[in-house]
Design a protein around this ligand. Structure first.
Ligand SMILES: *Cc1c(COP(=O)(O)O)cnc(C)c1O
Length: 506
């Protein structure tokens, strides 16, 4: 089928030959399916070679080389050097696998190219349904307002914005945080534990509050917020004339997977008139699993909840969700009236643009399709089982670590995060940190596995965050073996005379 949709015979972005394009499209799908099916056989990660870096750079292409050539460049230079998070032994930071069906759903979504802001269109109906399903899955009441966003950071920022505008004793939309006409303004402050994710720092800045408004409350030995210390901080701030407006509880902290006592936080926020926000970037998923739901009890009382679908949820980037109990509170900071976006009585804009009123974005992609199709295809029961399995695997790894004389667990394993280190008699704290950081880098660079690192109370930890539906028990056994063998090799190098150590490490 020749393309004659190009009036001047040249400038178009459609293919010149639809049949050739179809063949290329089939090749892309075949290659990607093969790539996914064989992921276990490859190293988890490898560095990008210098010549690949140089080819990716290249000058601004004034003249095109065609889709086939561009695809070959993708295959050679992009596909070959991923971060590796599709691999069964990738457990670094908190990063999901992505799913084969999610990949195709993203293709379908891009093919439709529906701006999912509203309008009378199928995409809007699908997204409404997905938000309803997600609220139910997370235990929030029917009618909860929600928005799919790029990820947990954006979800949390939107929630904190709603909290600020709902609780400020002045009109933030109209006046901002400036003092107008000499009116005295109380200083707004919000609370989270010292383990709160760094999004809160960005949010404090974006919302014009400043980092000093973010009160970091100490944690207990299990890395959970000290609720008594929080209560005292609120009282002290009130006594000083400041205005506490929100407390953040974390379901699944990024460092150790700890979950704050959300029930106690819900009670405290209710008693103090504070907005209760839960950052459940990955830990919120515990609510979907009956055996884990007690860990996040109280989450269902949140005024707002932020969570990801690209960590647990396993779906391709980017995908997070914010749920806000009160639709009015959710829309207050974002609702605008523009004549050019006005809802009509009939026709394509008869549904209005409701999603433009729930976040900073106007135009937005159809992220909901991959959720809708995945839930329909796999059923949420599959997600419940996978999340439960990830937690069981983490606890099993924790037990392996505790049972091993050369390994030490550095934080309790309550969810899916395991922090541990290699230990040997006679090493100082500083030497242990050096050794463990080197073990981590060698394991990552070897392609065996990708955990990440963190520091807990000054102790360097090798950190496994398991949101990986491809991992098997033996993958964790390989990691334990790799860490111990690498640690022993390092000790041998350290014991050897300097010249010999240099030789054996080359
Ligand atoms: C990952 C994470 C975030 C940020 O989410 P993004 O999707 O990366 O923006 C926030 N909070 C916690 C606890 C996280 O683990």
């Amino acid at each position: 089928m020749k393309n004659d949709d190009s009036p001047d015979g040249a400038a178009t972005l459609d293919p010149a030959d639809w049949e050739a394009f179809r063949a290329l499209a089939h090749r892309m799908v075949d290659d990607m399916v093969e790539n996914l099916a064989s992921v276990r056989e490859r190293p988890v990660w490898r560095p990008v070679p210098a010549e690949t870096r140089a080819r990716i750079a290249g000058p601004l292409p004034e003249d095109g080389e065609g889709a086939d050539a561009a695809y070959e460049a993708f295959r050679r230079d992009v596909l070959a050097y991923p971060l590796g998070n599709g691999h069964p032994r990738f457990w670094g930071w908190v990063i999901g696998n992505g799913t084969p069906l999610g990949m195709l759903a993203d293709m379908l979504s891009a093919g439709l190219n529906s701006p999912s802001t509203g309008y009378d269109q199928s995409a809007f109906l699908v997204e409404n349904q997905v938000v309803t399903w997600l609220a139910e899955l997370m235990g929030m009441p029917a009618g909860t307002s929600g928005l799919l966003v790029s990820g947990g950071s954006m979800a949390n920022v939107i929630a904190l914005t709603a909290a600020r505008n709902a609780k400020a004793p002045f009109d933030v939309r109209r006046d901002g945080l400036q003092s107008r006409g000499g009116a005295a303004r109380p200083e707004l402050v919000f609370y989270g534990s010292t383990e709160t994710h760094s999004w809160a720092i960005k949010a404090a800045d974006l919302l014009g509050l400043g980092d000093a408004s973010f009160r970091r409350i100490a944690v207990n030995a299990a890395y959970e917020i000290d609720v008594a210390a929080l209560r005292a901080a609120i009282a002290a701030d009130r006594a000083a004339g400041r205005r506490p407006f929100c407390a953040i509880g974390t379901a699944g902290t990024v460092n150790t997977g700890a979950t704050d006592d959300l029930l106690a936080l819900a009670d405290l926020c209710a008693a103090e008139g504070l907005w209760f926000h839960v950052d459940g970037a990955f830990g919120a998923w515990a609510a979907a699993v009956p055996s884990l739901a007690p860990l996040v009890r109280g989450m269902e009382r949140a005024d707002s909840l932020a969570f990801d679908l690209h960590k647990w949820g396993y779906l391709p980037y980017e995908l997070g969700c914010v749920l806000v109990r009160s639709g009015e509170d959710h829309a207050r900071p974002f609702r605008v009236q523009s004549s050019y976006l006005k809802r009509a009585h009939r026709g394509p804009i008869s549904e209005g643009l409701p999603y433009a009123d729930l976040g900073p974005q106007l135009s937005r992609g159809f992220k909901a399709l991959k959720v809708w199709m995945s839930f329909k295809a796999h059923g949420v029961s599959t997600y419940r089982r996978l999340v439960a399995r990830n937690v069981a695997q983490a606890r099993r790894l924790g037990a392996l670590v505790e049972a091993h004389p050369s390994l030490e667990l550095l934080a309790p394993v309550s969810l899916n995060v395991v922090c541990f280190r290699f230990v040997a008699p006679g090493l100082s704290g500083e030497e242990l940190n050096e050794v463990n950081e080197e073990i981590l880098l060698r394991i990552q660079e070897s392609g065996l596995a990708v955990p990440s690192g963190t520091s807990l109370g000054g102790r360097f930890a090798i950190r496994v965050a398991n949101t990986n539906y491809r991992s098997r028990d033996e993958d964790f056994d390989l990691l334990v073996k790799g860490v111990v063998e690498t640690g022993e090799a390092l000790l041998a190098e350290r014991a050897a005379p300097a010249g010999q150590a240099a030789r054996s490490s080359t």
